[in-house]
Every structure is written in C-alpha cells, then in structure tokens.
Write a protein that binds this ligand. Structure first.
Ligand code: A3P
Length: 302
C-alpha cells in the first residue's frame, strides 16, 4: 500500500496495522536477522501506554542485586538507554547493540503480535504487555506530538487525532487490535505473556512489581520482601524519581524515526483520567463504545 501521512510520521498498512515506515523497516530486518534467546524479555506496548515506566521496572527488577539501589544506573540513565527498542536498532542497522546485551536481555517493541517475528512468538522468551485507557493514550500522544514537532500549530487539532484514533488510523493502530492481539495470546499462553494495565499498576504498584519479578524469572525472596526491596524498586521507578533523575537531562533516539528528541518529553503528568480535561462526555462515550464493541466477547474491559 502507498504510504500516507495523516499525522506526524509516514505509515504503511501492513498485516492490517498502520506501522510507521521506519519501524516497518526494522520489523522486516528483524524477520531476516534477529534470533531470540529463551531468556529474552520483551516489553511491548502501544505508544504512550507506560513504556518508559515498565522499561524502568523490568530493568530495575533484573539488575537489583548488581548495584546498591542508591547507586543504581536508573539514577543517571534514562530507561530507554537501559532497554532498547529492538525494531529501532534493526531499522538503523545497529543490531550489534542488541546482540551485545548479556542474557537475560530486556528489549522493547511497539509491534503488534501478528507482526512480531516468529523467533519471538514461537520461542520460550517472555513478553510483558502493557496497555492503557485509549482516551489517556490519545491525550498523551497529542502532547507528545506537539513536543516533537515543535508547536501546536505543526500537529493536527486534538479532534482530528481523536477521529483518527476512532478510525484505527494511528501509528501501530488500530489500538483495539493491538491490545486484543496480546490479550488473546496471553489467555492461550499465560506463561508467555504477562498482560498488564497502566491504571492497575498505578493503583497497586507493589503487587504488580512482585508479579512482574515472578514472571520474568527473578522473584523477590522473603528476605528482600521483609527488607522493603520491592517498595524501593517501585520508588526508584516512580514518575517523580525518573522525571527528576540525571538520566532525564539529555536526549534520546526517538522510537519511530531517526530523530533525536529530549528525554524529558516522556514525562508529562503520569496519571489516569486526564482525558476529562480534553474530551467532551460525548467524545469519551463514542470512543468507549467503539472499543467496547471491538472487545465484545473477549472478556476484556476498558
Ligand atoms: P502522560 O502524557 O499522560 O503524562 P510512554 O512511555 O509509553 O511513551 O508513555 C508515556 C506516558 O507515561 C506519559 O503519560 C508519561 O507521563 C507516563 N509515565 C512516564 N513515566 C511514568 C512513571 N514512572 N509512572 C507513571 N507514568 C509514567
């Protein structure tokens, strides 16, 4: 299909998903050249669903015994430096970065399940999937687009972006099929996919931190739990800590293009329900109805 540019980056329709052209190049290169290891851990998300947070959580969990927690790399490095976007590294020809990570590797992706290479879907490696209320995803995306494009006059009006999301025409969208792809697979293979929701993690971070550690193969010991290590990991990865860390002062490679952007763009409000400040009740109900219709019969609720 020809590429279109309805928003802020060109996309192609591939396997019924709108994939940013740059990331599709990475995905196709991965098909050819990526070889997963059974110990690999992939964080997958629809953009603006809590990727940065979960990257930090996974990395901090995996490396918690390698450093005293007050000297952990997350104090000085952004989570995106610690857990790379795999399709980005393949798109830019930097797959050695991925190959050089010692096992167990933590990597990240925005690709829909049906677009992941077989080496990931058919092997023993694990996937942590995080999703978020699409209404808050949209608000977060709109602000992020404004930052990367350098002004509100350079991006579509909020209502336009809203309409595109409702039509399923957004990078990696339709959002409902992105979420459903991982949801259905997590029901079939719960040992393969841990399916998490941003809002639930916000409500019970300690419970989810323990669940995550167990899933990725490094559960907290009784001694760690009684010493409050879980709470310390949650704190290390909290919005305020990450936003104010030294790692947030620099720049980073943008996930969906070869642009460099400021890390600070990734931390805005970090909560749930901000959509109420941007959408009319009617807009919210229309989007909820579309998603509920798509989720019908799956057991999944917003
Ligand atoms: P808001 O724009 O609603 O504030 P992603 O990392 O997938 O791009 O998602 C970005 C969203 O996650 C932003 O949402 C950002 O503020 C929020 N976020 C980043 N770090 C977070 C953290 N540690 N805890 C909770 N939310 C976080």
């Amino acid at each position: 299909r020809p590429s279109i540019t309805p928003h802020f980056h060109p996309m192609l329709l591939y396997k019924d998903f709108w994939i940013p052209k740059f990331m599709l190049r990475g995905a196709l290169a991965m098909e050819q050249r990526f070889k997963s290891r059974p110990t690999d851990i992939f964080l997958v998300s629809f953009p603006k669903s809590g990727t940065t947070w979960l990257k930090a959580m996974i990395f901090a969990t995996l490396t918690r015994t390698s450093y005293p927690l007050d000297q952990h790399p997350l104090h000085s490095h952004n989570p995106h430096q610690c857990v790379p976007f795999i399709e980005r590294e393949f798109a830019t020809g930097c797959r050695q970065i991925i190959e050089a990570i010692p096992s167990p590797r933590a990597m990240s992706s925005h690709l829909p399940f049906s677009v992941l290479p077989q080496t990931i879907t058919d092997s023993d490696c694990r996937i942590v999937y995080v999703w978020r209320d699409p209404k808050d995803v949209l608000v977060s995306m709109w602000h992020f687009a404004e930052k990367i494009m350098g002004g509100a006059d350079k991006i579509p009006a909020f209502e336009q972006l809203y309409d595109s999301l409702c039509q399923g025409v957004n990078g990696f969208g339709p959002i409902w099929n992105h979420v459903l792809g991982y949801w259905e697979e997590s029901k079939r293979r719960p040992e393969k996919i841990l399916f998490l929701k941003y809002e639930n993690i916000l409500q019970e971070p300690v419970k989810h931190a323990k669940q995550l550690a167990h899933f990725i193969g490094c559960p907290y010991s009784e001694a760690e739990e009684s010493q409050g290590v879980v709470e310390q990991i949650v704190e290390l990865c909290s919005f305020q800590k990450l936003k104010n860390s030294d790692g947030n002062k620099g720049g980073m490679s943008f996930a969906v293009s070869d642009q460099n952007i400021s890390y600070s763009y990734l931390f805005r409000k970090g909560g749930a329900g901000d959509w109420k400040n941007y959408m009319t009740q009617e807009m919210a109900e229309r989007l909820d109805t579309i998603i509920e219709e798509k989720f019908k019969g799956s057991g999944l609720k917003i």
